[in-house]
Structures are given as structure tokens and as C-alpha cells.
Design a protein around this ligand. Structure first.
Ligand code: IMP
Length: 433
């Protein structure tokens, strides 16, 4: 039995939620290793729409262990609200356990204030963040002034760290950003209250993972966002502030890289992006509107309309390389149904006219790249009923075959609709190491 990491191959929103949910059923443990409540995963359970931003969706399955790893930035207010919603909806199964790493860094109110103030100030140069304080929380972690979940239980240390931070942040907020200062007592009381409420979940999650893995339990490492939002490998600076690639599954959860046997990349049959930044295959026409409308492409965290465009295999191939993806799950293929022609971007023509297979690191150079497409005949038949590859129209299979060739990774699942059953399963990634 294998342990797997699931990561996005594009700019996030690849439809990981459904696939993670399907794979959760086969796993014993689901671990999140990076990001925070900038992620969003919409689930419809018992007819009610629930959006989980922080808690792994494994929480909805019985007999699982869900882990919020050390690499996550943790907002206790969001966590408690999600727990409350799950309790109110009677959605928490009896035997599932949830743990938070004591080493995860806390998102503090000043992180949100700075994130939002910076975004509103840099008109024209926005990143388009989710405004949840993610970037500033990671900044403090690296600057070695962050406050960790475990610090909440050493009250003197917590108070001292908060005071030290607020001195600096309030100076920045009031003098530079011309925003309101934040109140030390209010934050102290609030966070010490959170500390008691989350106490039963907080522990050394690396030890739990190690123990369970030694018992032969199967782990699903759930990545948030996508490879091209990675702080190192993405379209910097239009990225998130963590490493979203599979290697961080190890670092962000406290296990060795050799524990992860397979990496499944989630690839949407077209491309979307929220926020700012270059997007070579973006379509600002009827086809882009078709993808946005039919695919219901709205950000789960901010509700923003997602920008849409053709499948860009330059991006996907790079993700396969940097994340060591050996298997691909293709999502939202049904959204392309009805289009006369469908296109795949196989390379870029750069400003000097040269053809390239690799995305340039320079944002300026990438913005000037023109996509080079291969065009395919579309398909009209509804594919949502297909459960075997042979039930797909010949044109759909041609599209998938070319995608697979270009990616140099095997397709093991094709999602043909939002429902769990609307899926063609070719291989179980948990089988065979
Ligand atoms: P931040 O993560 O809030 O700092 O936002 C940085 C960039 O990442 C922005 O372009 C966001 O729109 C994008 N982003 C963050 N989380 C997600 C996600 O879960 N899906 C898609 N884009 C995201």
C-alpha cells in the first residue's frame, strides 16, 4: 500500500476537492501541509453547501485521522467557525480525529490587516491575494518572530511575543499604511480564549504520522493551491507564500520524503486563475465565458470570477517535473462539451519569435509569450454518463491521449461531472508502492 500526495498542476482550483474526497475514502489519514484558509473546498452534504477552508475534508468521513500540519498557517477563528458549522450540521462522524500541529504558525489579526492594507495601497501592482493574512503570517515565520500554536500554552511567552510584534506592526499600520492600530489586550484575551477551545486538538502531529505510518496506515497528503502559485516555482510574485509542490508534503508535515510513494497531479481540462499575474492561454471571449459559466468558475474563498483559458501543457509539464508527478487526474472534462474545437497549448512563442517548451522565469517574458496551440475537433455528446474510457466519444479520447503524451504522466482518473459517481477510474494510486 502506498502513501500519496495530491497536488494541483495549474493555478489552484483544479477540482482537487472532489478527487481528495474520493481518495480520502481509501486512506486512513489526510494531512494538510501548507497554505491556510486561502484554500476553499465547496462540498454539498445532505443538501447543504459547506465550504471548508482550513479543515481537511477528510473530517466528513468516519474512522479517519485528519492533520493540520506544521507547514500550515492557522487561523483559530476560522478553525472554530468551521468546527461549529460542522457540529451544527451534525456532520462530524464519531470516530474521526482531528489534530493541529503545535508548530503551525498562527495567523494574527495584524497579518490580515497588513495583507489587506498592502493590497489596497499597491493599486495597479496588486497580487490579488485572498486577504486572509497568509503572506504576512509566513513572512513572520521566516523572520523568526512568528507565534506558533504551541506558544499559546506558555502564556508569558505568548504575551511577550504578541507585545513585541504589535509594537512593530502597529507602527507599520498607523505610520505607513495609515490604518487603525490594534489593541493588545483585545487580541491577548481573544487568543487565550481560542487556546482553551482548540487545546484538545493541539499536539505533535509528526509523531502521530510516524506512528500511524509504522502501523501500515495509508496517508493522503493534501496540497492546497497549485504548482504555479508556489513561492519558488510559480509565477512570482503572483503566487501564494508557501511551497505548494509535493516536496513540501514532507517538510510541512514532519515526515521524510521517502514516505511519499506516489504523486497525483490534478489537471483541469482547461486553465483558470484568480488574482493577478500572466496567463498566456487566457480567453476573453465567448469560449472563456463558456468555461466560466459552465464550469461555475468562482473562487471558493473570495467569490471572485476566475479567469479562464485553454489547457496549457507548458504549465502542466513543469508541474510534472517540479512535483515528480507520476499520475494525473483530469477534472471538469465535461465543461468542454459542446465546443466546436478544443485547443491544447503545446509551447510558447517568445517575443523574439523563438519557440519554447518551458515557461520563462521572468514575468515580463512570460507576459509576452504567445501560446502555440494544437487544435482538436470537439464533442457534442454528453459525457457525464461515461464510466469507462470506451464510453467517451472518439474526439474526447484523442484530446486525453494527447494530453497524456505531452504530460509524460499516466492518466489514472477522469472526472466527467461534479458528482462522485461521475468519474472514470483507471487505477487506484494507493495500490502497489
Ligand atoms: P494569498 O495566498 O491569499 O496570499 O494569495 C496569493 C495568490 O494566490 C492570489 O492570486 C490568490 O488568488 C491565489 N490563491 C490563494 N489560494 C488560492 C486557492 O486556493 N485557489 C486559487 N488561487 C489561490
Amino acid at each position: 500500500m502506498a502513501n500519496i500526495a495530491v497536488v494541483g498542476t495549474q493555478w489552484g482550483d483544479e477540482g482537487k476537492g472532489k478527487i481528495v474526497d474520493l481518495y480520502t475514502e481509501k486512506s486512513d489519514i489526510v494531512a494538510r501541509f501548507q497554505g491556510g484558509n486561502n484554500a476553499g473546498h465547496t462540498l454539498v452534504i445532505k443538501g447543504k453547501k459547506t465550504i471548508l477552508h482550513l479543515i481537511p475534508s477528510g473530517i466528513l468521513h468516519d474512522n479517519k485521522i485528519c492533520i493540520i500540519g506544521n507547514g500550515v498557517v492557522f487561523d483559530p477563528a476560522v478553525f472554530l467557525q468551521e468546527i461549529e458549522e460542522l457540529q451544527e450540521g451534525n456532520l462530524l462522524p464519531p470516530n474521526t480525529k482531528l489534530f493541529i500541529s503545535e508548530k503551525a504558525h498562527l495567523i494574527m489579526p495584524y497579518h490580515r490587516s497588513i495583507d489587506q492594507a498592502r493590497e489596497s495601497r499597491t493599486a495597479g501592482k496588486k497580487i490579488g491575494t485572498t486577504g486572509r493574512g497568509i503572506g504576512p503570517a509566513y513572512e513572520d515565520k521566516v523572520a523568526r518572530i512568528g507565534i506558533r500554536v504551541g506558544d499559546l500554552y506558555e502564556e508569558d511567552l505568548f504575551r511577550e511575543k504578541l507585545r513585541h510584534n504589535l509594537e512593530e506592526k502597529n507602527f507599520l499600520l498607523t505610520n505607513f499604511f495609515k490604518e487603525k492600530s490594534l489593541d493588545e489586550k483585545e487580541i491577548t484575551d481573544q487568543y487565550l480564549d481560542y487556546a482553551q477551545k482548540i487545546k484538545s486538538y493541539v499536539t505533535d502531529t509528526s509523531l502521530i504520522l510516524d506512528h500511524e505510518i509504522k502501523q501500515g496506515k495509508k496517508v493522503l497528503f493534501e496540497g492546497a493551491q497549485g504548482s504555479h502559485l508556489d513561492i519558488d516555482h510559480g509565477t512570482y510574485p503572483y503566487v501564494t507564500s508557501s511551497n505548494t509542490v509535493s516536496a513540501n508534503a514532507s517538510c510541512g508535515s514532519g515526515i521524510g520524503p521517502n514516505i511519499i510513494n506516489k504523486v497525483v497531479g490534478i489537471c483541469k481540462a482547461y486553465t483558470t486563475r484568480v488574482g493577478e499575474g500572466p496567463f498566456p492561454t487566457e480567453l476573453k471571449d465567448d469560449i472563456g465565458n463558456h468555461m466560466q459559466q459552465v464550469g461555475q468558475e468562482f473562487g471558493a474563498t473570495t467569490g471572485r470570477k476566475r479567469r479562464c483559458g485553454w489547457l496549457d501543457m507548458v504549465l502542466v509539464r513543469q508541474s510534472v517535473r517540479v512535483s515528480g508527478i507520476n499520475m494525473l487526474a483530469i477534472t471538469k472534462l465535461d465543461v468542454l462539451t459542446g465546443l466546436e474545437k478544443v485547443k491544447i497549448c503545446v509551447g510558447y512563442k517568445s517575443a523574439n519569435g523563438n519557440f519554447t517548451h518551458a515557461a520563462p522565469a521572468s514575468i515580463k517574458a512570460l507576459s509576452e509569450c504567445q501560446p502555440v496551440y494544437e487544435e482538436f475537433d470537439g464533442w457534442k455528446n454528453d459525457i457525464r454518463y461515461a464510466r469507462e474510457m470506451s464510453e467517451l466519444p472518439a474526439n474526447t479520447r484523442k484530446f486525453l491521449k494527447r494530453l497524456e503524451e505531452l504530460a509524460e504522466a499516466k492518466i489514472i482518473l477522469v472526472s466527467v461531472g461534479p458528482g462522485r459517481e461521475e468519474t472514470i477510474v483507471l487505477e487506484d494510486p494507493f495500490l502497489n508502492k
